[in-house]
Design a protein around this ligand. Sequence first.
Ligand SMILES: *Cc1c(COP(=O)(O)O)cnc(C)c1O
Length: 466
Amino acid sequence: MTNPLDRAMHHARAWLDGLDTAPVGGRATADALRDALGGPLPETGADAGEIIDALAAGAGPGLHANAGGRFFAWVMAGSLPSAVAADWLVSAWDQNSGMFTVAPSTTIIEEITGGWLKDLFGLPPECSFAFTTGCQLAHVTALAVARHAVLEQAGWDVGRDGLYGAPPIRILTSANRHNTLDAAVRYLGMGEAHMESVATGEFGNMLAEDLAKKLSGPTRPTILCLNAADLNVGTFDDFATLIPIAKAAGAWVHVDGAFGLFARTSPAYRALTEGIDLADSWATDGHKWLNVPYDCGMAFVRDAAAHRAAIAKGAAYLSPSPDVRDPSDWNFELSRRARAVPVYAALRELGRAGVADLVERCCRHCEQLVSGLGALPGARALNVPVLNQGLVRFERAGATDAENDAFTDEVIRRTNATGEAFFSGTTWNGVRAMRVSVVSWRTNEHDVSRSIATVARVLSEAVAAA
Ligand SMILES: *Cc1c(COP(=O)(O)O)cnc(C)c1O
């Protein structure tokens, strides 16, 4: 008998210690993983420690090293040491963190952590909050409250009467939105057909004139969704201009700040978020820029009473505690993981200054990558990063746009195949580009120069092969 916790510790340390030398992208095919991990449902049990050994061996080849310093795809980071360790404790403690009655410590940790986050992000102190599974569910939570509130304003009780016969809710967004907003609108029964795009400028920023025009008719239930950093170039909407226009028309304003809300934590980048505190709700992620393990998003709502009215369950058998914040009053889940605990640890590990430093380092490394890659022969930076997101396109002289789209994808594919660095692609303003996204505490100057050198080598090989 081997102790499974000791084995898990061993494999976890081996994985984390190997991040600098292991291939950055997972290598195994789906079939190889099915072979290594699959087979029929076991008829009988096995030794717990051996299961952990087999699990680590089978999964290893298909693991992406996004916890390392040279993973720049999507907006995926690693986790801070204290956050990983705290996450282990969450599993070992196994507290059902829906209510204080059954999980006193983790409920109070959540209460403390929510307060710290409001302070960190400079959000109104009266805000309520929810720790969700990610930004997707933070959108669903915040927009469920928005739906409740804008319909109440129109004299409709959505909790009692549902959406049957309710006045339609118009959702104003821009073409530059994240698709999790569309999903949230769908999940909440508001209907994608009721989403309207406001015109945007060159970098996907919402235009005030068009917003004012769209809001100029008779008042009707409206939710406006704005960006605190879009995922291609990190564009922030002009909150200080747009939010007052929307509020004057009685709209609810929701902000997608999945990673961009963190700009607010740094004196160097805070100006990008000016006026963001005028909104009604905000969604962000812990598992992106705060570098805590997955299963961590956060929603904040200015009108705490509306939040509670829309979400709380209130069953008598649950013995609610009158003077304590029960997480189940603010979250969709009843039984739930204590997902604030790793956030608590991360905030203690970094402090306010450490969060700002993490944000600023990632932005600096993004700028270095984009300018370094953009200076390679045949490469072109499509933006000067305003935050931690950038785009680079690869082109050959005399080639068509479509050929250069394919060439850009080929450079990304070849780069990822080296195992030295990992990037994803995107289509932006009609052309393919390599995305450069930096969100990990581990990324350092050496990772930056090593990654640029890799792309330089791959690029000349791709040119020779073309
Ligand atoms: C990642 C992201 C989301 C979705 O967040 P999840 O945590 O993956 O649910 C939403 N909006 C933006 C801008 C994002 O970058």
